[in-house]
Design a protein around this ligand. Sequence first.
Ligand SMILES: Cc1ncc(COP(=O)(O)O)c(C=O)c1O
Length: 407
Amino acid sequence: MGAVDAHEFVVERGEGCYVWDEAGRRYLDATASLWYANVGYGRTEIARAAAAQLERLHAYHVFGDFATRPALDLTDRLASLAPVPGSKVFLTSGGSDSVDTAAKLARRYFHEIGQPQRTVIVTRTWAYHGMHAYGTALAGIGANRDALGELIPDIAVVEWDSADALAAEIDRIGADRVAAFFCEPIVGAGGVRFAPEGYLPRVREIVRDAGALFVSDEVITGFGRAGDWFASHRFDLDPDVLTFAKGVTSGYLPLGGVLAAPHVAEPFWQPGAGVWWRHGYTYSGHTSACAAALANLDIIERESLDTRAREMEGPLADALAPLLGHDLVTEIRTGAGLLAAVQLDPAVVDADPGLPGRVAMACRDQGGVITRALAGGGLQISPALIISTEQLEELAEGLRVGLDSVR
Ligand SMILES: Cc1ncc(COP(=O)(O)O)c(C=O)c1O
């Protein structure tokens, strides 16, 4: 806090893939803010939809039998997009809420089907699942979990890229004690890491064989980011539970949620079963946020931004490839969709942990491109899904200028 006190970088407006600071300088935003501005900045159509809803009924809760038309329309729409047909939708205020909801749902589900001993949740190194107590306990980034004491019991961490490690850990714990495996199909905040070939189908099978729930955390990878509506579609994950946020509204208003496959929802939907899971947030299904989400989904659909993100994978990799020649860069990670990381030399970062932050700042101040230092010293690349090939080249050039200026 001390380092930024009175040195704030004040962002004033946005349009397309760009934002402007208070002095009127334009920046190409390589991050789409915190991974969320999928449709880009300045979409008046979303602003108008939200404003109209704010005037009519800004918000009403959706507890009990209360509902609003935007919340019903959005949940229908999300159910139709869900990778598992017939999924139920639970709306939240954001990604961390969604992770907390999914973790509680997994434990509560097993309680309801007569397996209350299934409480263990397995997570991965480099994982980021938000900042609430469950998400923090599930962090694979050590610094996010440090110095807080034990937050949630029965959490296990396995190597992010080893299916054998997951199988061995489930054996060690006992398959009948495992409730869920939390998995970002593409690791995001932990450095944009694409799982090795064959990893995702294998872990999916291991979790199914263990009788546990596969939770696909798609807070970043949803709504076109990974080149399909969800990364679960792209990688055939058939998730029992899926968490989302960010791209559902492109950040125009905060909203998140959880998709639960029919068999997971079933115990909570049986008429007369007497199961009452007391869970919900004040802003679950916030009316104006739902209106913004519907307008945002219209844009993604109309402009086919999911397939567009896939088409831009090649141009993204091509634009970033020359940076590998830079002596501070050891790896360029690209793969699915408009997601990438430019990895700074881990040995140099170990010796100088402040370097990635300085590089990101130099990219912004010297190169006119906003990026961010991720865990492990990678630079975040997750632009708006509307970015053009020329703008990707502009993005890479801004990164090069930033890297050169700290060399
Ligand atoms: C995979 C993943 N899960 C959960 C979260 C938490 O979302 P929020 O910051 O909206 O609470 C994030 C945020 O970046 C995320 O990347």
